[in-house]
Each structure stands twice: as structure tokens, then as C-alpha cells.
Design a protein around this ligand. Structure first.
Ligand SMILES: [Zn+2]
Length: 702
């Protein structure tokens, strides 16, 4: 009910127009220098350590016990205040403080549990997570607390409220009802049971989705066995080998890795059934209806229409992509068969290489980590008058010796918040780029603002003594993407932490991060910071143009693939009566309808698609976010990506609200048009066309 953790796992793609460059500077700033140098080792030799994240209790792992006890105590006080006959403040304020009290410990503990290199901290954080879940479970069954909130939502508060108060109170009520508190006891117990089942089955499905397939070596023709890992008489297939140059190896990996697994199929079938039952008990026609409530698009029907229109528009364009790829395949081998699903990543990569004319690795010297951070600083300074300040940490403040802390400082408003940068790979750290909220921003009773604190986690190589960490172009995209989330957290100025920054619907939360990828794909922006780490030479203009254009390759077929995945996710979480005889049958039907390459018999790709668990019915979010981000980019930034006037406008009219305003309304107001399936689809189709135009120009010039 009260804990929300943001986890961002999207695959990334992006595109842009415009090929003008800005002059670049020739010396590194202090920020760039800091990030291009091996981080300082800060030894904790003093007794006066400040504690993790500056929290004095966390100088040692036992501090989690104290934090948890304090949270329990404060929770009891707040429950008493909420249910008291006479209150002295709005109900939603009490609920937000209740949520803040628990989230501050839960979010922190969740982060530490996943990332702290020391096992004692890890265990203490795990204990705190379990305790807080226990409290949340108890709150979820507190009918008196539910009753007082429901009374306020239904009949108004005793204090005057504004639309944001009302909206946030409704969100709290909805979260409450997710646990079935409004139902009769037998049904409520069923809801709790189903939630528990879904969680456990989901974990097993996710583990199964990445389990390698092991087969007798005789299954494979001798000439391709060496591509795979040998284990005695067995061969292990752990991935799709999607970019292998050998077509037979790609095909074998595809057929073996995706061979239907009965146990996985049963897990998926059970999860989908449990989700459907859960949704119907809670009064929704399907699980998708439940998942999309409070989203930007609001209803599954809107998603369906969006996907239908998009499919129509994409079909001829994707066919053209596939025609080109098929031609490349024939050029490689006259005897080759038709283009198949296992070929597309390989030919995309191949054409990209041809277009770039150099190995992607040759771009990396121009993207030292320091240069990229300087680029981000240029963007935030230009758009918002905000600079990123590398800040010295106190001993004990960080969980490892290689963490940076950025203060986000506005030229007149002062420090807005803090971003901890956990950028380098280390043993045991999650191998995922993501953004964690440690403390959400909110207005405090004394009128001051609780500063947002977040962590950006990447998995870059440590800098060596011989030189700084160098990023490939796709790592630059990821850095900009995660920074988009972080700046959303920093720039939201919401009254309530429950809706601050990224604490909003998934199809809204990805807009600011996807938008940042447009900045990372614009030659004018890249020209401000892409400089060789040794010679300080700017990246040659032609190289810049090629790099940016390479991001636009085959966007029609790639988008079509995303449409197919989204449609599948919607169908699985939709009306069971409309589904096929099995999860594979549904997949086959939808692939025929939404994707340009045929289904491969005896494969079950859905059993490897773990996003069905994490994003249940929300996988479409990526497409909607991209459609909106594309529109924002073209309307406000394409002409001048570093315009202060447009940046200010974007900050005030879009980012500042978090989830405090229904996101469909927020997007509609900002873009001054309705968020209709037609408009969203049109944005993406126009982008696909603009992208192919860019590629055509570039290849013609060759
Ligand atoms: Zn994201």
C-alpha cells in the first residue's frame, strides 16, 4: 500500500533530427576532472563517521534496528492522529507522512539490501525490509484507518482541500483497496492469498526465464557445436546468440533456447489466472483494467486502439526494413533461406557497422565519463540554470569507496537535492542500470522542503591509472536515460512525497528519461562534450552525424516488435475468453497479426519474457512514453535543444508536478492536445519516417 519502489528496466532506443553543431570548449571542468580521475578512497579511520547517506544512526548496521523502531513508533502516533475525532490538519497530509515514514526506511533498506558490499549491512537491511513489510501488511488490514480515509474521499475533508489533495487522497485509497480491505473477510483473505501466490510464482518464472537450456551434444550439427559451452556430453545454450555471424548457430540457439518448457508454461498460466481472479474480485473486468487505472492512457481500450493504428502504419515501413535485411542475407549467401526472426539483430548490427564506418569502440575515447558528466551539466545549466556539483562526502556516508555525490544546485533557489552516483561495477552489485529513490521530496509542516535524494546505478568499468572510464555510445544513452529519472526527482516540487518525481504511472515516469535520450542523440548536444580524452580534440562532425544517424536504423521493424510485445502483454492480461488455447497459441495468433516475420514452430518466446512479471499489462508504457517524449522534443527542443526558455517551461509545466496531477491531463495540457491513440501513433510513425529520411541522406552521400 504505502511503499513504492521505482525500478527501470526498459530497453532503450531513440531518434532525433537536426544536424547543426555548437563550438566546444577545450579544457575540462572540475566536474569532468573529478569523474575522469579514480575516485578517492575515503578511509573510515575516525570515530566520527557520519553514517550512511548522512544518517547518524547508520554508522553501523545495527542502526537499521533503531530506524525501524522509530518508524514503528511514529506510525502508531500517525494512525492515532488520523483516527482521532478532532484532527488539526488534512487527512492526506497525515497519510503522506505515514507513507514517508515507512518509505524512508523501506526504500533505503531495499537499496542497501541490493547494493551494500558488506554482508552485515545487507542482512540488517534485509531484516528492516521484512519488518516494514510486516507493518505495511498490518496497516493494510486496519479497517478503521481505511474508514476514515474513505470518508474523506467520499464526503470531503473537514479542512479545505485542493484538487491535488483530492487526487493524492484517492491514490492512497486505491492503494489501500489493492489489498482487498474493502471486501468481506473471506474475499479479503483470498486477495491476500492471491497476492502472495503471484509474488512467489513470479519469482520462480523470472528465475526460469534465464535458466540455460542443456541438451545432448548430438542434437547440434558438429560444425556449430564450438559456438556453445560444452559440459561433458552436454551443450549449454544460455542465450539467443542474436549477433552471431553464423546463421546456423543463430537458428540453433533460437530453436533450443526458446523450446517450450512445460514448467514455465504452467507458471505463466497460473500467474495470469491468479491476476485475473484478483482483478475481478476487486471489481475490474480484467487485470489490465486494474493495472492501467491512474496511468496516462487510463484504459486498455486506448492501448489497444493505439497499437492497432500503429500496426497499420508500421506494416509497410517494417516490410521495407525486412526487405533490406533479406537482401543483405542473400548477398552474404546465395543459398540462404528467407529472413527469420533470429536474423534481425544481426543484420541491424551489421548495417550499423557499415554506416558508422568504424567500430563502435572507436567512439569511446570521445566519451570519457568526465566528458559525459560535463555534457549533462551543460544540458541542466542551459535548460534550468542548474549545475551539478561534485561534493566531498563525509567518512561513512557512502557504501563503497568509489561513489560520487552530486549536489544539484539552482542559480537562485540553492540546492534542490542530491544524486549519489554508484557508477562502477563490483562483485555482487545488480547488473542493471537503474534509479533508486532514497528520500522523496515533500513539503514539511514548517514550510521547508524535504530534499529529494536518489541513487543512479550503472555498471561501468573502473577508471584505470592509465586513463578515465570510457563509455560506448549505448552506455552514454543509458547514463542520459537514468539522469532523466534523477532530474525528474530533483525538479518535482510536489507537496506530497507519495507522488514525487518518478512516483507516478509507468507510462508517465519513462517520459523524462526517454526525452533525455533525444538529447544524447543530437549532434549539437554531443558536440558540446564529445572530446577525445587524450588530445581534447572534438569528435569530427562526420563521425558525430554518423553516430547519431546509426541510432535511427530500422526503427520501423524495431517499433513493430515492441508493438507485438505490448499487444501480447495486453492480451495475456485481458479477457481470458479472447485468448488462444494456450499461452503459445495466443503468441502465435498475435505474432501473425502484429509482427512482420512468422512464428517459428515449437518455440515459446513468451516463457523467456520476464517483463511479463515486472510490468504486467504495462509493457506498452515504453511506446507511449516514446510517443509523448518525441512530441515534447519536436515541439520544444528540436529547434534549439539548449533553450533556457523551453527548459523553464518544461520544468514548471511538466516535471514539477510528479504524479500530483492525473498524467493524461498533464500531458494534454503541456502539449495542448488530447492524448488520443491517433495522436500518439502519429507521433511515432512520423518519427520512423524522419529516421529513414536521415539514413537515406547519409547512405546516398557515401
Ligand atoms: Zn527508465
Amino acid at each position: 500500500m504505502l511503499g513504492k519502489l521505482s525500478r527501470n528496466l526498459w530497453a532503450r532506443r531513440c531518434g532525433t533530427l537536426g544536424l547543426r553543431s555548437c563550438p566546444s570548449v577545450s579544457t575540462w571542468s572540475p566536474l569532468a576532472t573529478a569523474f575522469n580521475t579514480k575516485p578517492h578512497t575515503r578511509l573510515n579511520i575516525t570515530k566520527n563517521d557520519t553514517g550512511l547517506f548522512g544518517i547518524s544512526a547508520l554508522t553501523n548496521p545495527e542502526g537499521f534496528y533503531l530506524l525501524k523502531e522509530n518508524a514503528i513508533h511514529r506510525t502508531d502516533e500517525l494512525i492515532e492522529e488520523a483516527t482521532r475525532e478532532k484532527r488539526s490538519r488534512k487527512m492526506v497530509e497525515i497519510f503522506d507522512e505515514l507513507s514517508d515514514t515507512l518509505c524512508k526506511v523501506a526504500d533505503l533498506a531495499e537499496f542497501v539490501r541490493l547494493s551494500h558490499p558488506h554482508v552485515k549491512f545487507l542482512h540488517a537491511a534485509e531484516d528492516a525490509c521484512i519488518s516494514i513489510s510486516g507493518i505495511v501488511e498490518k496497516l493494510n488490514t486496519d479497517r478503521e484507518l481505511y474508514r476514515v480515509l474513505k470518508a474523506v474521499v467520499d464526503s470531503g475533508d473537514a479542512f479545505p482541500t485542493n484538487p491535488v489533495d483530492d487526487h493524492v487522497a484517492e491514490l492512497f485509497l486505491f492503494d489501500f483497496e489493492q489489498s482487498g480491505i474493502h471486501l468481506e473477510e473471506k474475499l479479503r483473505r483470498r486477495v491476500v492469498h492471491l497476492n502472495e501466490c503471484i509474488l512467489q510464482l513470479g519469482q520462480r518464472f523470472m528465475a526460469g526465464a534465464i535458466t540455460p537450456r542443456v541438451v545432448d551434444k548430438e542434437v547440434l550439427p558438429e560444425n556449430i557445436r564450438h559456438f556453445f559451452t560444452r559440459k561433458g556430453d552436454k551443450i549449454e545454450v544460455a542465450s539467443l546468440f542474436a549477433e552471431s555471424t553464423n546463421a546456423k548457430a543463430r537458428e540453433a540457439a533460437f530453436r533450443l533456447f526458446l523450446y517450450p518448457d512445460q514448467r514455465q508454461d504452467q507458471l505463466l498460466t497460473d500467474i495470469l489466472a491468479a491476476r485475473h481472479e484478483l482483478a475481478t474480485i476487486c471489481g475490474f473486468p480484467t487485470y489490465a483494467h486494474r493495472a492501467l487505472k491512474s496511468s496516462t492512457v487510463e484504459k486498455p481500450d486506448t492501448v489497444r486502439e493505439f497499437l492497432e493504428i500503429l500496426t497499420e502504419g508500421l506494416r509497410p515501413r517494417a516490410e521495407e526494413d525486412f526487405r533490406q535485411m533479406a537482401q543483405m542475407k542473400r548477398q552474404e549467401n546465395q543459398m540462404s533461406t528467407e529472413l527469420a526472426a533470429w536474423d534481425t539483430p544481426y543484420y541491424t548490427a551489421k548495417l550499423k557497422k557499415e554506416l558508422l564506418q568504424v567500430n563502435a569502440k572507436e567512439f569511446a575515447p570521445y566519451f570519457s565519463l568526465g566528458a559525459c558528466m560535463e555534457g549533462l551539466n551543460t544540458v541542466t545549466t542551459s535548460l534550468y540554470g542548474i549545475h551539478l556539483e561534485n561534493t566531498e562526502m563525509q567518512p561513512g556516508e557512502a557504501w563503497n569507496t568509489d561513489i560520487y555525490k552530486l549536489a544539484v544546485v539552482h542559480e537562485s533557489e540553492g540546492t534542490l537535492g542530491y544524486i549519489y552516483c554508484d557508477f562502477f561495477e563490483r562483485h555482487g552489485k545488480p547488473n542493471q542500470d537503474c534509479h533508486f529513490t532514497i528520500q522523496g521530496g515533500k513539503r514539511l509542516p514548517d514550510g521547508t522542503y524535504q530534499p529529494p535524494i536518489v541513487v543512479i546505478m550503472l555498471n561501468l568499468q573502473q577508471p584505470r591509472w592509465s586513463g578515465p572510464t570510457l563509455l560506448t555510445p549505448s552506455m552514454v544513452d543509458n547514463l542520459f536515460h537514468e539522469m532523466g529519472h534523477a532530474m525528474h526527482s530533483m525538479l518535482a516540487r510536489t507537496e506530497y512525497q507519495h507522488v514525487t518525481g518518478t512516483r507516478c504511472s509507468t507510462d508517465f515516469a519513462e517520459i523524462p528519461s526517454v526525452l533525455m535520450e533525444y538529447f544524447a542523440a543530437d549532434p549539437r548536444v554531443l558536440a558540446t562534450f564529445a572530446r577525445h580524452y587524450q588530445t581534447h580534440e572534438p569528435m569530427p562532425q562526420d563521425m558525430l552525424n554518423r553516430l547519431c544517424a546509426s541510432k535511427f536504423l530500422f526503427t520501423a521493424s524495431e517499433t513493430q516488435l515492441q508493438v507485438f510485445y505490448s499487444a501480447l502483454d495486453q492480451a495475456y492480461h485481458g479477457d481470458p475468453a479472447e485468448q488462444g488455447t494456450s499461452t503459445t497459441d495466443t503468441l502465435r495468433q498475435l505474432q501473425e497479426r502484429y509482427y512482420g516475420l512468422p512464428y517459428v514452430n515449437a518455440t515459446a518466446w513468451q516463457l523467456r519474457f520476464s517483463h511479463l512479471i515486472g510490468y504486467g499489462a504495462k509493457y506498452y508504457s515504453y511506446l507511449v512514453s516514446r510517443a509523448v517524449a518525441s512530441s515534447i522534443w519536436h515541439t520544444f527542443f528540436a529547434k534549439d535543444p539548449l533553450s533556457r526558455a523551453q527548459g523553464e517551461r518544461y520544468r514548471r509545466e511538466f516535471l514539477s508536478f510528479g504524479g500530483g496531477v492525473p498524467s493524461g491531463k498533464l500531458v494534454g495540457d503541456f502539449l495542448q492536445c488530447g492524448v488520443t491513440p491517433q495522436i500518439l501513433a502519429k507521433n511515432l510513425i512520423e518519427e520512423v519516417d524522419a529516421n529513414s529520411e536521415t539514413i537515406r541522406h547519409l547512405t546516398e552521400r557515401k
